[in-house]
Design a protein around this ligand. Structure first.
Ligand code: PA5
Length: 471
């Protein structure tokens, strides 16, 4: 395994007395953080394995944690028939047979795949020619809403843009739902399946649909009835928003040509780090400690994830769901908010600089870019007075924006932290996803809130279904 360059977490700008929290407080929290880690690593693991789960800890969806190691080990010992081997085979089959894949899913069955696409693929992936995409299919997301015009538009586009029977004229569906019964995804599946059947015929339909779902449930039964052989399981003990490193995220990622092995290796490296690094050097425990102290000591209830790359917006949105659904319970839980900078300096920064003192800005900073640095450049028309900055590049401007923003916040005693990613790629985001999942669970254990399950989501479903079925 190639060495993974670690992501880092610098909290020094938050841990100053002016912000109301100090190193002494973090030191005092150390035994509790270590106890929470112990609970996650030993107690949760043992209770999950034995099935002996205390009522207040149910559900205990602990299995997400070892997914990276388990999937990689199985792949090492059986490249052909392991789950990852099969995922790669399905991706190759779709690459050879279709030009578009519609990924249907919502919540945890959607946000991870989108975050992977935006962070690890070319920003204009769908606009590239088939050759430039390495023959990989374009990806479209649906089933994540009930927006009539977006569904209709995609269906119309698929009909108009998919002529002929060769790969360039074909499209497929990957339908993802752990429960198999989520209305948004189910309704969308019915609609897109009907359109696909019209194109390829009932006999060939199974070739063009790949479900990712639980062992049983409505989608599993429907898949059986259609005769679909190529399908994947959302493993037991893995909650929706913790499923990005299962087939839920890995299958779409493999279809897009993302290096899924590297992604898993990076997540496994984060597990190793989490197990052994002490408080003060442990990105998971330090992130939890600082954000938790700010919340309990200073009433900092809004956690801004301030991402300094457009490629990370969906990673931020994935985290919004993770934090909100995991810890937003019992009238507690910080409010997550994703900002993309420098864009949102022109929309949200005013409030972050001078609004209520209830926010921490957790920056996610990219240390190196994929492309050569683009200079502003000299021009004979200097009315914009940029010639004096002609040699400055976009990374120079970004760097100045990050440092300048942090300085401005520090001047007004607004807490910030920095998560640094060596780059935006599989190695970095694999670590980041695992770090944030671990941090969410550790924080849950620290504050006595079960991070798994989302009982509150049932509220709207009950009324929506009643209204629909009564009308
Ligand atoms: O985190 C969760 O479990 C939820 O957000 C689910 O992912 C979401 O409700 C979709 O559920 P399903 O995959 O069962 O369709």
């Amino acid at each position: 395994m190639a060495k993974i360059k670690p992501i880092t977490f610098d909290y020094s700008a938050s841990l100053i007395p002016e912000n109301g929290i100090s190193q002494t407080q973090l030191d005092a929290l150390k035994p509790k953080l270590e106890a929470a880690r112990e609970e996650v690593l030993k107690v949760d693991a043992a209770q999950y394995a034995s099935g002996d789960v205390p009522a207040e800890k149910a559900p205990l969806d602990h299995a997400y944690m070892e997914l990276p190691e388990r999937i990689l080990d199985e792949y090492q010992s059986d490249r052909e028939n392991s789950e990852l081997g099969r995922i790669l085979k399905t991706a190759a089959r779709l690459r050879d047979s279709v030009d578009k894949v519609v990924v249907l899913g919502i919540g945890g069955s959607y946000m991870g795949a989108r975050a992977l696409m935006e962070s690890c693929c070319h920003p204009y992936y769908n606009e590239l020619s088939r050759e430039e995409r390495g023959s990989r299919p374009r990806i479209y997301f649906e089933g994540n809403n009930v927006d009539n015009d977006w569904s209709q538009s995609l269906l119309q586009f698929l009909e108009l843009d998919s002529k002929g029977d060769g790969p360039e004229g074909n499209w497929a569906i990957v339908v993802i739902s752990k429960s198999g019964g989520t209305l948004e995804t189910a309704a969308s599946f019915r609609q897109f399946k009907a359109a696909l059947e019209k194109k390829v015929g009932a006999d060939r339909l199974p070739e063009f649909i790949v479900p990712v779902t639980g062992e049983s449930g409505k989608l599993a039964s429907l898949s059986d009835a259609i005769g679909i052989k190529d399908r994947y399981l959302v493993p037991d003990g893995v909650g929706g928003r913790f499923s990005i490193l299962s087939a839920v995220g890995l299958l779409p990622a493999a279809i897009m040509g993302i290096d899924v092995v590297k992604l898993l290796e990076a997540a496994a490296a984060m597990n190793t780090h989490f197990h052994s690094a002490p408080v003060g050097e442990n990105v998971v425990l330090d992130y939890v400690g600082v954000n938790h102290l700010l919340e309990v000591e200073q009433n900092v209830l809004t956690r801004v994830m301030s991402v300094w790359s457009k490629s990370l917006e969906s990673v931020g949105l994935w985290y919004d769901q993770l934090l909100a659904e995991s810890l937003g319970k019992n009238e507690r839980g910080a409010l997550p908010l994703t900002c993309v900078n420098s864009r949102d300096l022109h929309s949200r920064a005013q409030q972050h600089q001078e609004g209520a003192r209830d926010k921490v800005m957790n920056n996610v900073i990219v240390d190196s870019w994929r492309h050569d640095a683009l200079p502003i450049g000299k021009s004979e028309h200097d009315q914009d007075q940029l010639n004096e900055l002609a040699d400055k590049t976009l990374p120079d401007v970004m760097s100045a924006a990050i440092k300048g923003t942090n300085l401005a916040y520090a001047e007004d005693k607004r807490p910030t932290t920095n998560i640094n990613l060596p780059a935006v790629d599989e190695a970095a985001v694999g670590q980041l996803f695992q770090m944030l999942m671990l941090a969410t669970v550790v924080e849950g254990r620290l504050i006595g809130i079960n991070p798994y399950g989302q009982p509150g989501v049932e509220g709207y479903k009950k009324y929506m279904n009643k209204l629909l079925r009564e009308a």
